[in-house]
Write a protein that binds this ligand. Structure first.
Ligand code: PAZ
Length: 345
């Protein structure tokens, strides 16, 4: 496993070579071939060949040596840059908790995992000791002028450490970062195409919170927007709709894989309706619905073959540190088993 911070690039840095190309036609919102237009009008990230090489090796290794199923887990929010040399961007709330936690449970259940994540968001295993609520220094203590793990945490840390090493030693976790929505879309397309040889053994678990709107490259200012750009004290920014890539993923980019998307809402009265309409529109296998306010203690599985099924934790289970993903992932795997059986029949 190569930690993201050891890669030769950072997705959070803007591409130096990117200049405004006024030859590129303005991107039109919401038409039939929006997805193809998107790729025709937007440059791929320059580091994509490096990622392709890592993917080739990882997938080949598992196809030829372990026979493991491979889950692609997407995680975290995407940014929408407002300038080419990006000072400002639009972002969202997602810290990557769902994705990083789910990845651990997939690994524990014998899957290899490609973890497509927002750079600097939560990662499997290190998530237990990162970010402000779990500062790693709080787990240390000074003994005779040396720093050690505080004994009260060492048992739990040993448990996480062993699982982390098991994932590393078995080459079961590949970390792939993105920052912007453009990087996410190009990388998702690449990974999907690379996973084709895995057919029904591949599982797409799309938990990332991907922006619905963006600024097309043809309209993006090269440099930092100046305060003088405001008119009557207001800055107006026009955003275009990000094309709905799920139909391309289902129809062209993948081959026989099981595809699971997530639906986040804040209004409980529309959650299941929106999940069902996504299934009808994209013809994939499962939508996992969740509400912003309760996402850590309840989710609903919506598909066209089973009744809607809620996975819930009690308040006591939450207080005892149980993670909802410990129930979600086995349920997902049961559905993946069914999917594989059905596609062999
Ligand atoms: O990253 P997180 O754990 O804070 O949140 C997870 C989530 C709510 C982003 C995810 O469960 C989800 O619903 N993703 C899809 C969001 C959407 O595009 O509707």
């Amino acid at each position: 496993m190569t930690p993201a911070h050891q890669k030769n690039f950072h997705t959070s840095n803007p591409e130096e070579a990117t200049a405004i190309n006024r030859e590129i036609p303005e991107f039109a919102a919401a038409q039939i071939s929006d997805e193809d237009k998107y790729f025709a009008n937007h440059k791929p990230p320059s580091y994509l060949p490096e990622i392709k090489e890592e993917l080739d090796k990882f997938i080949k290794y598992h196809l030829e040596n372990t026979g493991k199923r491979i889950a692609l887990v997407t995680s975290g929010g995407t940014t929408v840059p407002l300038e080419n040399n990006t000072v400002r961007f639009i972002d969202n709330f997602s810290a990557g908790t769902r994705g990083a936690t789910s990845a651990e449970y997939f690994l524990e259940n014998g899957y290899a995992v490609i973890f497509l994540h927002r750079e600097f968001s939560l990662l499997p295993y290190s998530r237990h000791y990162s970010h402000s609520t779990n500062c790693f220094l709080d787990y240390m203590t000074e003994v005779n002028g040396k720093i050690e793990i505080d004994p009260k945490y060492s048992e739990q840390m040993l448990h996480v450490y062993r699982k982390y090493h098991e994932a590393q030693d078995s080459n079961s976790l590949l970390l792939i970062p993105y920052t912007t929505v453009n990087q996410y879309l190009y990388t998702l397309k690449l990974i999907s195409e690379e996973l084709k040889p895995c057919t029904n053994k591949a599982l797409f678990y799309l938990a990332a919170a991907v922006s619905d709107f963006f600024i097309p490259q043809s309209r993006m200012p090269q440099h930092k927007i100046q305060s003088s750009a405001a008119t009557d004290g207001e800055l107006v920014i026009r955003l275009a709709q990000v094309p709905k890539f799920l139909s391309r993923l289902v129809e062209n980019w993948s081959s026989g894989a099981m595809i699971i998307s997530f639906k986040l809402e804040t209004d409980s009265s529309i959650l299941i309706k929106k999940a069902k309409s996504a299934l009808e529109r994209y013809h994939h296998q499962l939508v996992i619905g969740n509400l912003l306010q309760t996402r850590k203690k309840e989710v609903v599985f919506v598909d066209l073959e089973h009744d809607d099924h809620w996975v819930r934790l009690t308040d006591e289970e939450v207080a005892n540190g149980k993670e909802i993903e410990s129930e979600m992932i086995p349920a997902v795997i049961t559905l993946h088993n069914e999917w594989i059986k059905k596609s062999l029949a």
